[in-house]
Design a protein around this ligand. Structure first.
Ligand SMILES: *[C@@H]1O[C@H](CO)[C@@H](O)[C@H](O)[C@H]1NC(C)=O
Ligand SMILES: *[C@@H]1O[C@H](CO)[C@@H](O)[C@H](O)[C@H]1NC(C)=O
Ligand SMILES: *[C@@H]1O[C@H](CO)[C@@H](O)[C@H](O)[C@H]1NC(C)=O
Ligand SMILES: *[C@@H]1O[C@H](CO)[C@@H](O)[C@H](O)[C@H]1NC(C)=O
Ligand SMILES: *[C@@H]1O[C@H](CO)[C@@H](O)[C@H](O)[C@H]1NC(C)=O
Ligand SMILES: *[C@@H]1O[C@H](CO)[C@@H](O)[C@H](O)[C@H]1NC(C)=O
Ligand SMILES: *[C@@H]1O[C@H](CO)[C@@H](O)[C@H](O)[C@H]1NC(C)=O
Ligand SMILES: *[C@@H]1O[C@H](CO)[C@@H](O)[C@H](O)[C@H]1NC(C)=O
Length: 497
C-alpha cells in the first residue's frame, strides 16, 4: 500500500513534469489589409493546458510599450471602434490542437506591425516561453496623393523658377509629406523636405534653392516645392512621398515629377574662321555644340548651293571633304539647333589654293580691217593666290609669242562685275584700229606659284556686208552687244560650274 501510494505520487509528479510541453505550430500567416478592414491572425497551438495561457501581445506599437492584448480568450484592452470591440480572440479546434484567432477591427495605419503570439508558462523564464509573430500590413487608401496638377514634366529654361505641387488628402499628424530629389548629378535621392521644412538645400549666390510652401483647403494639403533660378544641376526627378509610420518604404504613397532644363545650344569648339588648303588635299570642318537636349549640328554652304559631295546639308559635327576641289571654296555655316531658342551658328571660310585656269569668253573674234574698228578679247581667270596675267600675240615669222604691253595699239584692262566669284578675274585686251596684220592668234596666260595656264584666241577678218548696213560707219555696237550677251551666258554657266 505504501509502495503503491509512492508510485501514484511519483507518476503524478512525473506526469506534471513530463507532460507534453505546449507548442506553437506552423507560422502565423501575414495579413495584408486595407484601411478600415478587419484583420485575422491565427496562432495554432498544441498541448495547451492550464495554467499555461495563450497571449497576444504587440511588441512594437507606436508608443513603444508592449501592448498586452489578450490572455486566452480574454481581451485586456477596452477599446471600442464604431460600436464594436477593437480586438477579439476566437478559439477554434479540439482539445489538443487549438487556433486562437486574433481579430483586429477597423484597421488604421497604426495597426500595421508585428503581433506576437506567446504561451505564458508560470514558473518558467520569460525567455523560454514559446513565441511566434505575425505581420500585419495595412494598405493606406485613406491618405492619398492627388494628381492635382497634371503630371507632365516641368520643362524650364535656365534661371527660371520651377513650381511643383503635391496635394495630399486626409493627412494626419503622424504622417509626413516629403519631397525628395534624384537629379542628374546624384545617384541617391536627396531628402529635400519633411512637411514644410527644408532639410537639404543647395545655395546659389547665398540664396537657397529650395523652399516649400503649404496651402490647406479643407482636407487637402498642398505642398508646393519651389526651385529658384534653375541650373543644370537641378534637372532630374523629384518625388513627393508620404511617410507613414509602420509602413514598408516601398509601399509609401509617392508621386514622381520630372524637371527638364532646356539649354539653348552653344558651340564649344569649331574650326578656325578661315581654313586654307591646297586643291587635292583633305580637310575636316569641325563644329561641336552642347545644350539640352543635345543639339543637331548642320553644315550648309553660305550661298545655299550644294555641298562638295552633294546634298544641301549634312547633319554631323564633323564635315570631312576629301580631295578638295577649287569649286569647293567659299563659306560653310554650321548651325546648332535643339528647338530651344536662340539657335547658334558659326561660319568657316574655306580658302582653296589652286593653279590658274583661263577661259576665253569667245575664242574667235572677227573684225573688218582698216575701218578704225577695234576688237576686244576677253579672258576669265580663276586662281588662288591671284595669278599674274600676261597677253601674248603670235609672230608667224619667228613663231615666237610676243608679250603685249599696254600702248596706243593695245589697251589692257581688268574688268569688274558683281557676278564674278571669289578668285575669278576678268581681263580684256582691246586691239585698236584693226588692220590686216592683226589677224593672228592671241594668248591670255595666267601664272601663280601652283601653275600656269593659257587660253587661245583667234582674230579673223570679217567680210560680212551686213555690217556696213548695221554699223553705218560708226562703232560696231551690235557686235559689242552680241559679245556681252555671250559673256553673260558664259558667266552664268561659269558660276554654276
Ligand atoms: C484562421 O483559422 C480559421 C479557423 O480554422 C480559418 O477559418 C481561417 O481561414 C484562418 N485564417 C487564416 C488567415 O489562416
Ligand atoms: C517585425 O519583426 C521583424 C523581425 O523581428 C522586423 O524585421 C520588422 O521590422 C518588424 N516590423 C515592424 C513593422 O515592426
Ligand atoms: C499649386 O497649388 C497652388 C495652391 O493651391 C496653386 O495656386 C497653383 O496654381 C498650383 N500650381 C500648379 C502648377 O498646379
Ligand atoms: C527619371 O525618371 C524616369 C522614369 O522613371 C527615368 O526614365 C529617368 O531616367 C529618371 N531620370 C533621372 C535623372 O533619374
Ligand atoms: C585624303 O583621304 C583619302 C581617303 O581617306 C586618302 O586616300 C588620301 O590619301 C588623302 N589625301 C591626302 C592628301 O591626305
Ligand atoms: C574640280 O572639279 C571640276 C568639276 O567637277 C573638275 O573638272 C576638276 O577636274 C576638279 N579638279 C580637281 C583638281 O580635281
Ligand atoms: C534632330 O533631328 C532629328 C531629325 O530631324 C529630330 O527628330 C530631332 O528631334 C532633332 N533633335 C533636336 C534636339 O532637335
Ligand atoms: C615678227 O618678228 C620679227 C623679228 O622680231 C619682226 O621683225 C616682225 O615685225 C614681227 N612680225 C609681226 C607681224 O609682228
Amino acid at each position: 500500500m505504501k509502495y503503491l501510494f509512492s508510485t501514484v505520487v511519483l507518476s503524478s509528479i512525473l506526469c506534471s513534469v513530463f507532460a507534453a510541453r505546449p507548442e506553437i505550430v506552423g507560422d502565423i500567416l501575414p495579413e495584408l489589409k486595407k484601411l478600415g478592414q478587419t484583420a485575422y491572425l491565427n496562432c495554432s497551438v498544441i498541448n495547451l493546458q492550464s495554467p499555461a495561457q495563450l497571449q497576444w501581445i504587440r511588441k512594437t506599437p507606436p508608443s513603444g510599450e508592449p501592448l498586452h492584448i489578450s490572455s486566452d480568450e480574454t481581451i485586456r484592452i477596452d477599446e471600442i471602434v464604431k460600436g464594436q470591440k477593437k480586438y477579439d480572440v476566437v478559439k477554434y479546434g479540439n482539445t489538443n490542437r487549438l487556433i486562437y484567432q486574433l481579430i483586429i477591427r477597423s484597421l488604421t495605419e497604426t495597426d500595421a506591425g508585428n503581433y506576437t503570439c506567446q504561451i505564458y508558462l508560470p514558473n518558467q523564464n520569460y525567455d523560454e516561453w514559446p513565441q511566434k509573430f505575425g505581420v500585419l500590413t495595412v494598405k493606406i487608401f485613406g491618405v492619398g496623393l492627388e494628381n492635382v496638377d497634371n503630371s507632365l514634366p516641368t520643362v524650364k529654361k535656365e534661371d527660371q523658377a520651377a513650381y511643383m505641387n503635391c496635394s495630399v488628402i486626409n493627412l494626419h499628424n503622424k504622417e509626413q509629406s516629403q519631397w525628395n530629389t534624384k537629379t542628374h548629378s546624384t545617384d541617391d535621392p536627396s531628402y529635400i523636405s519633411s512637411d514644410g521644412i527644408v532639410r537639404f538645400d543647395l545655395f546659389v549666390e547665398e540664396r537657397s534653392t529650395y523652399s516649400v510652401v503649404k496651402y490647406r483647403i479643407h482636407n487637402r494639403q498642398t505642398y508646393q516645392l519651389m526651385i529658384e533660378s534653375l541650373t543644370e544641376v537641378e534637372a532630374g526627378n523629384y518625388t513627393c512621398q508620404i511617410y507613414l509610420p509602420n509602413q514598408n518604404y516601398e509601399e509609401l504613397p509617392r508621386m514622381l515629377r520630372s524637371v527638364t532644363i532646356q539649354i539653348a545650344p552653344y558651340i564649344t569648339t569649331a574650326s578656325s574662321a578661315t581654313i586654307t588648303v591646297q586643291e587635292g588635299e583633305n580637310v575636316t570642318l569641325v563644329c561641336e555644340a552642347y545644350g539640352y537636349p543635345l543639339p543637331n549640328i548642320t553644315w550648309k554652304r553660305g550661298d545655299g548651293s550644294p555641298l562638295p559631295h552633294g546634298g544641301l546639308q549634312l547633319i554631323n559635327g564633323l564635315y570631312r571633304i576629301n580631295n578638295v576641289n577649287a569649286t569647293d571654296r567659299g563659306l560653310f555655316i554650321c548651325t546648332a539647333d535643339n528647338n530651344v531658342k536662340p539657335h547658334t551658328s558659326y561660319s568657316v571660310q574655306l580658302k582653296v589654293l589652286f593653279a590658274p585656269y583661263c577661259t576665253a569668253v569667245q575664242d574667235t573674234v572677227g573684225q573688218e580691217p582698216d575701218r578704225k574698228y577695234h576688237a576686244i578679247l576677253e579672258c576669265l581667270v580663276s586662281a588662288e593666290p591671284r595669278a599674274e596675267v600676261v597677253w601674248y600675240k603670235e609672230n608667224k615669222t619667228t613663231l615666237i609669242d610676243e608679250k603685249i604691253l599696254d600702248s596706243d595699239k593695245y589697251t589692257l584692262q581688268e574688268q569688274y562685275d558683281e557676278r564674278l566669284r571669289d578668285c575669278e578675274k576678268w581681263y580684256t585686251l582691246k586691239i585698236n584700229n584693226v588692220v590686216r596684220s592683226d589677224y593672228r592668234e592671241y594668248y591670255c596666260t595666267a601664272q601663280n606659284e601652283l601653275g600656269k595656264h593659257q587660253a587661245k584666241f583667234q582674230l579673223f577678218e570679217l567680210v560680212d556686208c551686213r555690217f556696213y548696213v548695221y554699223t553705218n560707219g560708226k562703232e560696231p555696237s551690235n557686235h559689242q552687244v552680241s559679245v556681252v550677251t555671250y559673256m553673260i551666258g558664259f558667266l552664268v554657266s561659269f558660276i554654276f560650274l
